[in-house]
Design a protein around this ligand. Structure first.
Ligand code: 4AD
Ligand code: MG
Length: 483
């Protein structure tokens, strides 16, 4: 028999195995013993639920049982029987136990007690073995799968856009450089600047901040595409919503206008959230309770009105509120919050960029539902967004979620060559270097649109976790690249 011929606990819970001989492998969560018997709660990662192993010291060597401490990895053979105790339907009567890996209880950092999320972040290499992180990463997987399923079912093609690039798509200049030059003595030009002609790519390169520009090239041939890859931003924002390395989903559709884009984004978000609701019931129920405990520790006026599951259902069942930036500014300017100077950044003039406190006010206090904000001033948005007829705004859309703020950013793209080059020149974006991007407007241009969903912000919303560092396996943030 193959070493890994085992039954997963998830399967044991879903099907009737009573009377069957099985092999289980997994990690000890807890062990309770009395004179006559030991109970081991085993977890194998397939489910939030532990499976109860009953070990009779007359059958299982006592020295062996002593080694079955929290964290140890075991291979157990035995028969599934109906459980005597409350709390589970079935349990396994152990016939043989093999210790695959000991975990010295004096040194193993994870104990059955509750550890803080901050502590667990410091031992991120072990945190997958906790209930919370097991649940988070199973939900994260389900969401990633749902993303691919949604687009595949709709006839979109998955494009792998480059990770190393010479362009800064968002024009924000927050890129990580990619180079093989000797940082101690780089080759210099006569004027003292670095001579990138001698670098690996014979030009300056960086890690991508977005796959959009290449996604647009693909959409101009395949029509409906999406990317789903890692993106990198060297913004020094030490918040609970920012990572230096995060995953982004970016669909790009030929023949879509701004409204089509909004319709797709809303439908897509509802689909993936509903997918998690239907396929991650146990994990979400666990996370719902976890979030409720966290809420209860807050002051009454800071608690959210809905629990996690209620919030997810609410988003799936209700239409998102759509309004323009201009309308949003009016609401914010005239809000009591603004008048009483409760915003850190007061809203006075049309044209200011919205801070996350403003976004969250609109979503959590004013509309109490997800919001799609459109038609932002062109000055605060990227060069590629389609210019509206008013000469002041562009066909942008941001989707704002409760507890998160911005979860999606997108737009209809400027498909008119002249308008695009003019805007690029105004924003000092080198048009010669972007000849390939402009070629799509020179040859067979068409209206098109797309958006980017920050995957970790979605996982944050669906799992009800409070910090983005807790929904990616090994977070990269300023000062942190361990593991
Ligand atoms: O709004 P952004 O910057 O838009 C783009 O990059 C466009 N090129 C997308 C497109 O139209 N194809 O980023 C999109 C989303 C944000 O709404 C946010 O959810 C997420 O990416 N995001 C981050 N997530 C985690 N950490 C960061 N530092 C993030 N920056 C953006
Ligand atoms: Mg944005």
């Amino acid at each position: 028999m193959a070493f890994n011929k085992r039954v997963k606990i998830k399967e044991l819970l879903e099907k009737d195995y009573i009377g069957q001989e099985v092999t289980l492998m997994g990690w000890v969560r807890t062990k309770r013993s009395n004179k006559n018997v030991s109970f081991i709660a085993l977890n194998d990662g397939s489910s939030i639920t532990n499976f109860q192993i009953v070990a009779d010291p007359n059958i299982i060597n006592e020295e062996l049982l002593k080694r079955a401490t929290t964290g140890a990895c075991l291979k157990i053979k035995g028969k599934i029987v109906a459980s005597q105790g409350a709390g589970q339907q079935a349990e396994l009567n152990a016939e043989t136990i093999e210790v695959l890996g000991d975990a010295d209880p004096e040194k193993y950092p994870l104990q059955p007690k509750k550890h803080s999320l901050e502590f667990l972040r410091e031992i991120a290499h072990l945190r997958m073995r906790t209930n919370t992180f097991g649940a988070v990463f199973r939900v994260r997987h389900a969401l990633a799968f749902a993303v691919h399923k949604y687009f595949n079912d709709k006839g979109f093609f998955y494009i792998h856009t480059p990770i190393i690039t010479a362009s800064d798509a968002e024009g924000a200049g927050e890129t990580f450089k990619v180079t093989t030059l000797d940082l101690k003595k780089p080759p210099l030009n006569e004027d003292g600047s670095i001579n990138f002609k001698e670098d690996f790519f014979e030009r300056e390169t960086n890690l991508t901040v977005s796959g959009q520009l290449e996604g647009e090239l693909a959409a101009m041939g395949l029509a409906d595409i999406y990317t789903f890859g890692p993106t990198f931003r060297a913004e020094n924002s030490n918040t609970a919503r920012h990572l230096a390395e995060f995953w982004m989903i970016e669909p790009e559709m030929a023949f879509y206008d701004a409204e089509d884009n909004q319709n797709l984004a809303e439908d897509f978000l509802k689909y993936v959230i509903n997918y998690a609701l239907e396929n991650c019931k146990d994990d979400l129920e666990f996370l719902d309770k976890r979030a409720a405990e966290e809420e209860n520790a807050k002051k009454a006026d800071q608690r959210s009105e809905l629990g996690l599951l209620e919030r997810l259902r609410f988003v799936v069942e209700n239409e998102f509120q759509r309004l323009t930036y201009t309308e949003a500014i009016d609401i914010l300017k005239n809000s009591n919050h603004n008048k009483k100077k409760k915003f850190q950044y007061l809203v006075e003039n049309w044209g200011v960029d919205l801070q996350s406190e403003h976004e969250r006010y609109l979503v959590e206090k004013h509309f109490k539902k997800p919001v799609i904000l459109t038609d932002y001033p062109k000055e605060i948005k990227a060069f590629y967004m389609r210019q509206n007829d008013d000469g002041k705004t562009v066909a942008a859309m941001d989707i704002l979620f409760p507890g998160i703020g911005e979860i999606v950013g997108g737009s209809q793209r400027e498909e008119r060559l002249e308008k695009l080059t003019q805007r690029m020149e105004e924003m000092h974006i080198p048009t010669e270097e972007m000849w390939w991007y402009l070629d799509t407007r020179r040859f067979g241009s068409t209206p098109h649109a797309g958006f980017g969903l920050g995957f970790e912000r979605l996982v944050l919303f669906v799992t009800g976790m409070g910090n983005i560092r807790d929904v990616i396996a090994f977070p990269r943030t300023p000062g942190h690249a361990e593991f």
